[in-house]
Ligand binder design. Structure first.
Ligand code: NIG
Ligand code: FE
Length: 393
């Protein structure tokens, strides 16, 4: 099956890749008056609309913008209940504390597989409608062997990007026995969860796991064939970024409080810094300065971190708008970070760009420019989505 999308007014290809970050270069590899040929699940051709090849089906973009599907490289989508009351209290002055995670753990343990699955599929539908074609999903609201195994198994039903986050916080039944909980996470729990997962993650933060505990978790996961990624520097500065870089993590996520040494270490590494603008928005924390990171040479991604505590948005366009408004990114940088950046954070070379051979994950916007994604926050601007070459929206 060959589908031609033609009369594209503004095409974001994200190619050629710009590893040297030439100052002033367009990170989006923009083409005008362009066309894209999809053949089965892949992009087969990209070029000027006037030179477009024949196809079985022709879609007229009528001068509007086309972008790669968003790659949302950080989410926690398998959980029970919500924490609306906690959010409401926070907006009235309460401080965000990671301890709220434990209330979601209770609701998650009490939910059936079918309840969790229905919820998960609902989130994926709302994400697809907003242009997200790849989602990474973490466990971390089970915190006992049986529930963590359920969460990674349910996540693996819907995405290959599954992360075992048994080390999210220490559960109440292990209070003051953090090292014993780490024994469980790195032992029997890892044995049960690793077959369903690609990634190992840990929340390396005061109130969650110490640096030595985080190292144990990550090294145990690596020994089981999982690849590391790390939640760090969300609530204050710490050594999680340095640990992530040392262990070759694909990404360190949050980075709300980064030291100059963190920025230097990231810039010299292959570790992506995944910005989560919904978290600072929903917890009233200061926004990290993406301008400082990009100018220093750090590769950045943008993700939603959809979860019931710190960021209950599933909208990549919303996160792009906040990153532009409050983290000092250009619109082009933010859209690149939400597509190619997410792919880099997942170490994927088959998504995040529109070029021959890539997966045909393509979004047609209602607007003639991608700038509208930040310019019209909160407005549904996605007209059509192809996922693996199949029209999904
Ligand atoms: O990524 N930082 C830790 N974990 C989540 C928050 C989870 C929660 O509050 O339920 C995060 O922000
Ligand atoms: Fe998270």
């Amino acid at each position: 099956m060959r589908i031609l999308i033609t009369n594209i007014g503004e095409l974001t290809t994200n190619t050629p890749a710009d590893p040297e970050r030439v100052e002033g270069a367009d990170p989006c590899g923009t083409l005008h008056d362009a066309a894209v040929l999809i053949e089965d699940d892949r992009i087969a051709w990209v070029g000027p609309a006037d030179d477009a090849p024949d196809a079985d089906e022709v879609v007229d973009a009528a001068g509007r913008a086309v972008i790669p599907g968003f790659v949302d490289s950080h989410s926690h989508l398998v959980f029970g209940g919500d924490r609306a009351a906690e959010f409401e209290a926070r907006m009235q002055g309460q401080k965000y504390a990671a301890g709220g995670i434990r209330s979601t753990v209770a609701a998650t343990r009490g939910a059936s597989d079918d309840e969790l699955r229905a919820r998960l599929r609902g989130f994926l539908d709302e994400m697809l409608a907003q242009g997200t074609t790849t989602v990474e999903i973490k466990s971390g609201y089970g915190l006992d062997l049986a529930t963590e195994e359920r969460l990674v198994r349910l996540a693996a039903e819907v995405t290959p990007e599954v992360t075992f986050l048994g080390a999210h916080v220490v559960p109440a039944e292990y209070a003051d026995r953090g090292d014993e909980y780490v024994d469980l996470v790195t032992g029997a729990m890892l044995d049960a969860c690793a077959p369903h997962a690609k990634w190992i993650d840990v929340f390396c933060e005061t109130g969650a796991f110490t640096v030595p505990q985080s190292r144990r978790v990550l090294e145990a996961g690596i020994a089981r064939g999982l690849q590391p990624r790390v939640h760090a520097s969300q609530l204050g500065p710490g050594e999680g970024v340095q640990l992530a870089v040392e262990l070759g993590a694909a990404s360190i996520d949050h980075g709300t409080y980064l030291t100059d040494a963190d920025v230097d270490a990231l810039a010299a590494s292959d570790t992506v810094l995944t910005l989560l603008p919904g978290v600072e928005f929903s917890t009233r924390q200061p926004y990290p300065d993406a301008r400082r990171l990009i100018d220093a040479g750090v590769t950045v991604a943008i993700a939603c971190d959809t979860n019931p505590g710190s960021s209950f948005t599933s909208s990549m366009p919303f996160c792009i708008a906040v990153a532009v408004r409050d983290m000092r990114m250009t619109v082009a940088e933010a859209i690149h970070a939400a597509t190619a950046g997410g792919a880099a954070a997942l170490r994927r070379t088959d998504i995040g760009a529109i070029a021959p051979g890539m997966r045909a994950d393509v979004v047609l916007l209602k607007s003639t420019s991608r700038v509208h994604l930040a310019y019209r926050p909160g407005v549904p601007l996605v007209d059509a989505v192809w996922k693996d070459g199949v029209r999904a929206v």
